[in-house]
Design a protein around this ligand. Structure first.
Ligand code: SF4
Ligand code: SF4
Length: 193
């Protein structure tokens, strides 16, 4: 069974899912392109920010899957330039974040996003464990996932000397609450409310 038809059986439309999860309506977008004109990554991406919204607006499973398979959602830096420029106040970075999680959940991550995904997962792992980011843990997780073991290795002694990297993590009092948040978001959608 193809990915598209599998999703058709239980889908209610990705635009609706986005709205429920983020409060953002993709239908507000009238395709003026101001977001794309200001996006620092639009030239590198396979779909411009407004095209991603267009793929969701039409409500067709195959186009929604195209959005979830795109490299663009992983290249997005969450820089907020698009949101600041949008006359309709569409919070595109928020939508992009949801699409990344959904792409991951459905196993549709673009092959070229492998390293970005490794960074994304290592970052979230570090927060999940300690309640806040531990840079050394993040770097170790990233290197193990990508096997880029020697990448930037010469910078490490200087960073350690300047106290920019702490070898041991230090956790925060709200660590358990952060962990519960992660558990909640990992649960199936119907169990999250
Ligand atoms: S700037 Fe806003 S309304 Fe214009 S295309 Fe981008 S998201 Fe749509
Ligand atoms: S938040 Fe993402 S989509 Fe928006 S301008 Fe920045 S990189 Fe582009």
């Amino acid at each position: 069974m193809s990915g598209s038809s599998q999703h058709t059986a239980h889908r209610q439309g990705l635009a609706t899912e986005v709205q429920e999860a983020t409060g953002e309506s993709v239908l507000k977008c009238y395709q003026c392109g101001k977001c794309t004109a200001g996006c620092p990554l639009a030239a590198e991406a396979d779909h411009s920010p407004n095209q991603i919204l267009r793929l969701l607006q039409l409500g067709l499973p195959e186009l929604e899957e195209q959005a979830l398979r795109s490299l663009s959602i992983w290249l997005c830096l969450t820089c907020e330039t698009c949101a600041a420029r949008c006359p309709q106040e569409v919070d595109l970075p928020r939508i992009m974040e949801y699409l990344r999680q959904e792409s991951l959940r459905r196993g549709l991550v673009h092959p070229k996003a492998k390293d970005i995904l490794a960074f994304h997962e290592s970052f979230l792992d570090s927060i999940r464990k300690g309640g806040r980011l531990h840079e050394v843990g993040l770097i170790a997780g990233y290197k193990l996932r990508t096997l880029h073991l020697l990448q930037d290795v010469l910078v490490a002694p200087r960073l350690l000397k300047r106290g920019k990297l702490k070898l041991l993590p230090h956790s925060i009092p709200g660590r358990a609450a952060v962990r519960r948040l992660f558990e909640r978001t990992a649960a199936p959608r119907e169990e999250r409310t």
